[in-house]
Design a binder for this molecule. Structure first.
Ligand SMILES: Nc1ncnc2c1ncn2[C@@H]1O[C@H](COP(=O)(O)OP(=O)(O)OP(=O)(O)O)[C@@H](O)[C@H]1O
Ligand SMILES: [Mg+2]
Length: 283
């Protein structure tokens, strides 16, 4: 790696965490990937990636198009098995666990292209996710819930939609929402699944400036509750949201550290903006 991987202690200092708690946190990696690699018929999309995420930490991943960022999320969430390497969640080897099992463990993601059901109402998208993430098997009697629970669950969903500013749209068909509102709904669905680690793949892609501000506010508000990894091209936005920034290039993590330092690294600047970027860098 071009930048020395920052020691956990420096990272703690940056977060204002004292040394004793820092040492306690040292073992507390919610996620660890060791040498994770995937080879698509000769194309090594993710190459020997070692990555660690602390409990409660927010990390950004940036990198040029095709760098392997989304594929890395696909490996963490179990959409693809790695060709090589291991993935640990709270120290448990989950390399061979299927996506639904990882979701039940609290590994929740959103997608680069918003992924919600257009043909359901906004409220039903959320209800469905709650049923799905509960252990209730769908049946004729409980699919749309026993009467007694129906009202409670509906109120829970409405209150969750309200925190995201979508309560007035609860009964609209999802197809009628703007892309920004669909993104908020996708985040509401992800939050309803009780994430321990939330992976957001380009949450601002396709959003207007106003929508970016709104979604950014939502992420800031919720990120305190769990660990988070955010892939994003909008660098000015991502640096406001994360404590640590990683840079991926050609399947490898080429740098990581405090966001402003990483952005000033000459290799990162060359990979991301080309040699003569002309930008002034302040650390
Ligand atoms: N299922 C697949 N089969 C074959 N190649 C794939 C597959 N998924 C991704 N790739 C290739 O892996 C490489 C990394 O793709 P990936 O989508 O992870 O990049 P990315 O960093 O997310 O890019 P972007 O910023 O454009 O979203 C690309 O060359 C892509 O074409
Ligand atoms: Mg991608």
């Amino acid at each position: 790696m071009h930048i020395q991987v920052k020691t956990i202690y420096h990272h703690c200092l940056h977060l204002g965490i004292n040394k004793i708690r820092c040492i306690a946190m040292k073992e507390n990696h919610i996620l660890e990937t060791k040498g994770v690699t995937i080879n698509f018929n000769g194309l090594v999309a993710v190459d020997n990636v070692d990555f660690k995420l602390l409990e409660g930490e927010s990390v950004g991943i940036i990198g040029p198009n095709g760098a392997g960022k989304t594929t890395f999320f696909n490996l963490i969430t179990g959409f693809f098995p790695p060709t090589k390497g291991k993935i640990f969640f709270y120290g448990k080897d989950i390399t061979n666990n299927p996506p639904h099992k990882r979701a039940r463990m609290g590994i929740i993601r959103t997608f680069q292209l918003v992924s919600v059901f257009d043909s359901l109402s906004v409220l039903d998208n959320l209800l469905l996710s709650i049923i799905n993430s509960s252990n209730i098997p769908p049946s004729k009697d409980n699919f749309y819930f026993a009467e007694a629970h129906k009202e409670d669950l509906k109120n829970l969903c409405l209150s969750s939609l309200s925190t995201l500013g979508l309560e007035q749209k609860a009964y609209l068909m999802t197809s009628e929402l703007s892309y920004g509102d669909k993104r908020k709904l996708e985040i509401a669905v992800a939050l309803s699944m009780n994430p321990k680690m939330l992976l957001l793949d380009e949450p601002f892609a396709g959003l207007s400036d106003q929508e970016i501000i709104e979604v950014s506010k939502i992420i800031k508000e919720f990120k305190k509750g769990f660990s988070m990894v955010i892939i994003e091209h909008k660098i000015s936005r991502i640096v406001e949201l994360v404590e640590r920034l990683c840079v991926m290039h050609e399947g490898r993590l080429i740098a990581e550290g405090i966001p402003n330092q990483v952005l000033c690294d000459p290799l990162v600047r060359e990979v991301y903006w080309g040699k003569e970027d002309g930008l002034v860098c302040s650390v």
